[in-house]
Design a protein around this ligand. Structure first.
Ligand code: CTP
Ligand code: CA
Length: 497
């Protein structure tokens, strides 16, 4: 017993003041670490939203994007959470019934109301951008186009979002924002990596956009778009070909075959056994072909398929002017195009068509791709329908033409070769978000890509946690060591005998 008492009296830990100080010290350190860690933990649960309606020539689609609420200005954080395809045709097809255009959007808008949390509705920006279909309608009949916009605007303003306007995008914007989307989703802008070119094929127009070291914008300045993003300067080449979307290109190809007003045309771009009566007035009802309407044609013509890829390619080539060029080099129709450079993402109808034809693998030699298309085009219409009973007849009838058009546009039009063809990636989505101009458009309008690289925190969160913990442990050790003299003094005290 006396020995135990002696131990207690020697050991400063058994002094009440020392115990209290130690406990407070430990609690303070734990509290310090906990508060510091929690305070700096990134919040993931709160999001902001943005909605973009892509009013294309063939259809309208609604996209909802979200990003963490506390990081509007951060990099690569915006993602698509929902998309909705509007039933029916594009808004430009409602020229005779403008209110129908507004009405057509309500189902997808209701869906958006469900998808975005109610408390975010009022601060969620809503944009509508129209592309080549409305560009053509505006050229043809600007008052009809104004009426469509009026109806669309009224319909959208009935929803509780922050409506930011509906307008026609220029071809240049459409190309440039598609390029921004692809490179943003691939984190190429933020990291200053080599960029990917963008190839977009719609129903009424098509865009090509890429960065070329050889292009500084001085030759054909109208094709140049400059950006400063995350501290890097980009000099983008972009061009939009109006009327060279898939549907209008088909019209032009048919117009060449019907310019003498025959009752029947034998079209190599359609399958053998395909035979449909079509109206001249309907075929020529577009500014892309209206000036070539034959004089006094019959009301209808029989559109018969022959199914021949080679001949189809000859027909398709006729819609490209490959000879005139006043620049150092051109793509087609006298449009300047610098040397192709880098990888390319090809989306929209490029993807739909090549995916249907099982031709998205560009490591397959171009000659093999052509052989496969030759076989596909030569298959009878009856057989094609039998093999794809669930595919929309309009799409199905056109895939031979569409595949041929895509290969001709890429090789004869844009000058992709057997080698550079493999630089193309046919894509639909990147990391869950659709490739297209809408995301780039929203990022631009909400200033979500800074011109300069944002100040990044000195340390990542895990590094920060580790340093705070190590510092706290060191403090604790220091505290223990500071008790040592006290402990030594106690141990030297004269013994109580
Ligand atoms: N499964 C699908 C879906 C669409 N298409 C075709 O793809 C084209 C539409 O492409 P899209 O990118 O949706 O065009 P829009 O945006 O409507 O047109 P634009 O960009 O020219 O305004 C149309 O010709 C349509 O027939 C297709 O062949 N197969
Ligand atoms: Ca489009």
């Amino acid at each position: 017993m006396p020995a135990q008492r002696e131990m207690k009296e020697k050991n400063p830990w058994h002094m009440p003041v020392t115990i209290i100080i130690s406990v407070i010290g430990v609690i303070a350190i734990v509290a310090l670490v906990t508060v510091a860690v929690l305070q700096n933990k990134p919040l993931h649960q709160k999001y902001k939203y943005g909605i973009v309606l892509d009013a294309g020539s063939s259809h309208t689609a609604l996209y909802i994007y979200q990003w963490p609420a506390e990081k509007d200005n951060n990099t690569g954080r915006v993602e698509q959470t929902h998309s909705c395809k509007v039933k029916g045709k594009g808004i430009s097809s409602y020229a005779a019934d403008p209110w129908g255009a507004g009405e057509s959007l309500t189902v997808c808008m209701q869906e958006a109301k469900q998808q975005v949390p109610v408390k975010r509705h009022h601060e969620t920006p809503l944009y509508l951008g129209a592309t080549a279909g409305m560009r053509l309608l505006n050229m043809e009949n600007s008052s009809a186009s104004d009426k469509v916009f009026e109806a669309v605007e009224q319909a959208l303003q009935r929803f509780p979002f922050s409506y930011q306007g509906a307008r026609i995008l220029s071809g240049q914007e459409e190309g440039a924002f598609g390029w921004v989307t692809v490179n943003y989703l691939d984190d190429r802008l933020e990291q200053g990596l080599e960029t990917t070119g963008a190839l977009d094929l719609g129903g009424a127009s098509t865009q090509i956009s890429f960065v070329s070291d050889k292009y500084d914008g001085s030759e054909s300045p109208s094709n140049s778009v400059t950006f400063r993003l995350y501290g890097n300067d980009y000099n983008l080449y972009t061009h939009s070909f109006l009327c060279y979307g898939k549907d209008q290109a088909l019209r032009m190809a048919l117009a060449y075959q019907t310019q003498l007003g025959p009752r029947t045309i034998s079209d190599p771009c359609f399958h053998q056994g395909y035979n449909v009566s079509k109206e001249y007035s309907e075929l020529y009802n577009s500014p892309c072909v209206s000036d070539r309407k034959p004089n006094g044609p019959p009301v209808t013509f029989n559109h018969q398929g022959m199914g021949n890829f080679q001949q189809c390619q000859e027909v398709v080539k006729r819609i490209f002017n490959l000879t005139s060029c006043k620049y150092s080099q051109c793509s087609f129709n006298g449009v300047f195009q610098p040397l192709l450079q880098g990888p390319f993402g090809a989306f929209s109808a490029y993807y739909f068509v090549m995916n249907f034809l099982n031709l998205t693998d560009t490591s397959t030699p171009l000659e093999t791709v052509k052989d496969k298309l030759t076989q596909y085009c030569a298959t009878s219409w009856a057989q094609i329908r039998l093999e794809h009973p669930n595919v929309k007849t309009k799409y199905l009838a056109e895939y031979c033409f569409s595949g041929t058009y895509i290969l001709t546009l890429l090789t004869e039009g844009y000058n992709f070769t057997s080698e550079s063809y493999s630089n193309i990636n046919f894509i639909k989505k990147i990391k869950g978000s659709d490739a297209g101009w809408t995301l780039g458009y929203m990022l631009n309008l909400t200033n979500m890509i800074p011109a300069e690289a944002p100040d990044s925190p000195l340390l990542p969160h895990t590094g920060y946690v580790s340093i705070v913990t190590v510092m706290a442990l060191l403090l604790f050790l220091l505290f223990i060591l500071s008790l040592r003299p006290l402990w030594l003094r106690c141990s030297k005290r004269p013994q109580i005998v």
